[in-house]
Design a protein around this ligand. Structure first.
Ligand code: UT7
Length: 331
């Protein structure tokens, strides 16, 4: 029997501060009606305070995950953190989390695939389980988007929030777990969604700060068109590849960037609203954090053997879908 990687636990964390649409109305020229109808977002969480990076989110999520699954941190083999807002350019945020939770025997690294980061990391991590190399792998998807959002730009500041989550991957010989994944990249997308300065091409200077180049730049309508087409397309393709029809799918777990993109993906798959995980109204777009946050919010409704399609599109461009069978009944 083929060994597969199955999710045996999920936990997430969001900071307590709620930035709602009403407060955004006092910051930029926008209104609750526009934000709600164009994106589906009502509020998002913001990580406040000095020296609070993405590792704060990752650490809280992983600590909760270890506790909930009764896992000894010293048994963890590998931690992968998907993020575009690492605490520092180096070392990896995954290393900081590993240290914070006492995962002394684990190695760790970050991956950068923006909103598709969790799918990339899940796919990478599952390989180490399938080959038999590792027995316990933690996948984190977390972002502190407020650290790179320009709160004078109404086209981006209304979308993003802070938060994230983590899952534990373990081997199984049952027909459960990560069944298939389709991942894609198109580097030409860098023109439409990026953070211009602060990397090696354009290190920080007084000028880059003055010009607000350390913030997310997004050509929203272009990204929207690519997202609608590609997220729907990859989700339909992974179903077809695995001979799945809409009735076979228990849940679509879509990246929470815009309710209209989510609706288009569900329509293309022929899936009704009742099978679509949705929490964009509470958290906005937490980039790599959206998918584990969805799994965490809906965990009590998931049953062993449920077919889930996870799908995402984001900066890079990156996009993809993962087909998995859920590993356990509600506890
Ligand atoms: O997760 C990573 C990938 N990112 C995404 O998937 C995001 C994809 N893009 C989107 O979700 C949407 O493009 C946005 C939500 C960012 C923008 O929505 P849109 O329907 O594409 O709006 P738009 O950019 O075409 O702008 C329409 C109008 C413009 O006014 P005019 O030129 O028609 O007078 C904007 O200036 O809406 C205006 N506008 C706003 N009005 C009130 C833009 N932002 C706002 C705002 N409040 N916050």
């Amino acid at each position: 029997m083929k060994k597969r990687a199955v999710i045996t636990g999920v936990h997430a964390w969001v900071p307590p501060y709620v930035l709602d649409n009403k407060e955004l109305e006092t910051m930029v020229d926008t209104n609750d009606e526009w934000i709600t109808s164009r994106t589906g977002i009502k509020e998002r969480r913001i990580l406040k305070g000095e020296n609070q990076g993405t590792s704060v989110i990752g650490t809280a999520a992983v600590k909760g995950l270890l506790e909930k699954t009764g896992t000894d941190p010293e048994d963890i083999d590998l931690i992968i953190c998907a993020t575009v807002t690492p605490d520092m350019l180096f070392p990896a945020t995954a290393n900081i989390v590993a240290h914070n939770v006492g995962a002394k025997n684990s190695y760790s690294f970050d991956i950068s695939a923006a909103c598709s980061g969790f799918l990339y990391a899940l796919t990478i991590g599952s390989q180490f389980i399938e080959t038999g190399a590792h027995k316990k792998v933690i996948i984190i998807g977390a972002d502190k988007m407020s650290s790179i959002v320009n709160y004078q730009d109404r086209t981006t500041c209304i979308i993003f929030g802070d938060g994230g989550g983590a899952v534990l991957l373990e081997p199984t010989e049952e027909p459960l777990g990560i069944m298939d994944s389709l991942l894609h990249t198109d580097g030409s997308g860098a023109d439409f969604l990026h953070m211009r300065a602060g990397g090696s091409r354009k290190p920080a200077t007084m000028e880059t700060v003055t010009n607000r180049e350390h913030y997310v730049f997004q050509e929203g309508s272009t990204v929207f068109k690519f997202a609608v087409t590609n997220m729907a397309d990859v989700s339909a393709r992974i179903m077809k590849k695995n001979n799945l029809v809409a009735e076979d799918i228990a849940w679509l777990v879509p990246h929470q960037a815009n309710k209209r993109i989510i609706d288009a993906t569900a329509n293309r798959m022929g899936i009704g609203q009742e099978k679509v995980m949705l929490n964009i109204e509470k958290y906005g777009n937490t980039t790599a954090g959206t998918l584990p946050l969805c799994l965490w919010d809906y965990e009590s409704q998931l049953k062993k053997g449920d077919n889930l399609i996870l799908a995402a599109f984001g900066g890079g461009f990156t996009w993809g879908a993962v087909y998995l069978k859920w590993g356990y009944d509600p506890k």
